[in-house]
Design a protein around this ligand. Structure first.
Ligand code: NDP
Ligand code: 2IT
Length: 448
């Protein structure tokens, strides 16, 4: 029987009532649902199967205690999580984040976004996210390794190559994945493709490290081409100084862009001469030291350090927020519009606040949402899964080509679904295209 049409305000207030205090998750829902409700109301099969009610509740949220001892044998307790959001189109897939701001709400927003993102890649991956409120800043290598091992002692029972395949995210890179993979094998005696982002010598994929940042710039180039423009000679402001930011900077520079900022949780650097590949590589080496600040860049090169600030007031053509959620707010968006910024492409997940997005829209700034623009990372993770299943590695060239094809396809799928007489709404296009794939799979699976 067809249910009555969904009303956005009623739906959101019911969601808020059922999930008190989960502000970041509510924010993601408010971003996405206005694009999905018209689709659901027009599609009786989606209403009858209560697709939206089911998609706004994760399949399950697992949380566990992680105990570990520091170098002085002091015992610490953190909280670990895995949010298995939706497995309609494939095993749960998504990163693990270690950061003091991690909580259930943050991981639910990330798992929700991941579900649509993974659908956009065209690969069979469901959505999940996990992590812990552990802060690795200032911790020794041994302490971080012990934390990774303790975390896996809990997580291992919930994951598997056909169940849930985590990867990295903030503060979890190839080193941490190696420690977690080692612990998984120690506990289970299984060598299985249970994590992606592994080192190349034990089942990792070429191009995975570069994939997210490179994919962001590839998406940007397609978006500019769609609007008869190119990246060549453009001034680019980037936030973050980690995996996504530095590889986005690298490909932007290789394609003729002039990157003039990077940032971290302490502030940002403004390098008027522009970053070079050598300077980017210096940043990567420098940030490998636990808790290292980007401030040292200003001493090493001819650049200015701005403590406790984000780079959005620096004049630019293009802005790439690549650090964390809600880092680009209304004030930042106002400055970008005022300075003539033409495009904002999200490397991070939900870095742009809702108010900021409205300001960018009114200022006619092109906008690409993270679930489309940063999907290159999880896409190559999907290719790592395939290589692990076949026990064969593909060449770097083949994977670089595959990444390019996937990013081009994501761009055209989002552009087609977001096109109207007013131009292209990439955020709407990404939401609708990702949603339909998951919704159709949920309908096909029936109701238990
Ligand atoms: P990294 O840990 O490699 O780098 C994160 C960077 O962001 C660091 O420079 C860090 O500064 C900065 N940062 C983190 N939290 C804050 C904060 N609260 N305020 C200001 N700066 C902050 O992470 P990634 O580059 O992997 O991830 C960056 C973003 O990209 C995240 O939103 C992540 O979810 C997203 N993403 C990552 C993918 C991947 O493959 N890695 C794939 C798709 C999206 P500091 O060093 O001082 O902590
Ligand atoms: O947000 C993301 O897409 C990631 N952190 C990557 C997830 C993955 O499984 O590679």
């Amino acid at each position: 029987m067809t249910k009555t049409k969904i009303n956005l305000d009623d739906f959101l207030s019911d969601l808020e009532r059922r999930t008190p205090g989960e502000d970041t998750f509510h924010q993601a829902a408010k971003d996405v649902l206005p694009d999905l409700i018209p689709v659901v109301n027009e599609t009786p099969a989606y209403r009858e199967a209560a697709i939206l009610e089911r998609l706004s509740e994760p399949d399950r949220t697992i949380s566990f205690r992680v105990e570990w001892s520091d170098d002085n044998n002091v015992v610490h307790v953190n909280r670990g999580y895995r949010v298995q959001f939706n497995d309609a189109i494939g095993p749960y897939k998504g990163g693990l984040r270690f950061h003091p701001t991690v909580n259930r709400s943050v991981l639910k927003f990330l798992g929700f976004e991941q579900t649509f993102k993974n659908a956009l890649t065209g690969l069979p991956m469901g959505g999940g996210k996990g992590g812990a409120d552990f802060d690795p800043a200032g911790r020794s290598e041994n302490e971080i390794m012990r934390f990774c091992q303790s975390f896996m002692q809990q997580l291992h029972r919930h994951i598997g190559p056909n169940i849930d395949i985590p990867a990295g995210d903030i503060n979890v890179g190839v080193r941490e994945i190696g420690w977690m993979f080692g612990e998984y094998r120690r506990i289970t005696n299984h060598f299985a493709g249970v994590l992606t982002g592994k080192g190349l010598s034990f089942g990792g994929s070429e191009m995975r490290t570069e994939a997210t940042g490179y994919g962001v710039v590839q998406f940007l180039c397609h978006m500019l081409a769609e609007h008869n423009d190119t990246i060549d000679g453009k001034t680019i402001v980037i936030s973050g100084a980690g995996n996504v930011a530095t590889f986005a900077a690298e490909l932007a520079v290789c394609n003729g862009g002039k990157v003039i900022t990077l940032s971290d949780s302490n502030g940002f650097i403004h390098d008027k001469n522009g970053l070079t590949l050598d300077k980017i590589s210096w940043v990567r080496d420098h940030k490998k030291q636990s808790g290292a600040s980007l401030e040292a860049y200003a001493d090493e090169f001819d650049a200015t350090w701005y403590p406790d600030a984000a780079p959005w007031s620096v004049e630019c053509d293009i802005a790439l927020p690549c650090a964390t959620q809600n880092e680009l707010d209304a004030e930042a968006a106002t400055a970008l519009v005022k300075n003539g910024c033409k495009a904002v492409v999200e490397g991070a997940n939900m870095p742009t606040t809702r108010d900021a997005k409205a300001i960018l829209r009114d200022g006619r700034v092109l906008f690409a949402p993270g679930k489309a623009a940063n999907a290159g990372g999880v896409a190559v993770s999907g290719l790592e899964i395939n290589q692990n299943r076949q026990r064969r590695s593909q060449s770097r060239d083949a994977l670089a080509e595959a990444l390019k094809d996937i990013m081009q396809n994501i761009h055209s799928v989002c552009a087609d679904a977001g096109r109207s007489k007013d131009g292209i709404d990439y955020a709407k296009g990404a939401n609708v295209a990702g949603f339909k794939k998951v919704a159709d799979a949920m309908c096909a699976a029936g109701i238990a």
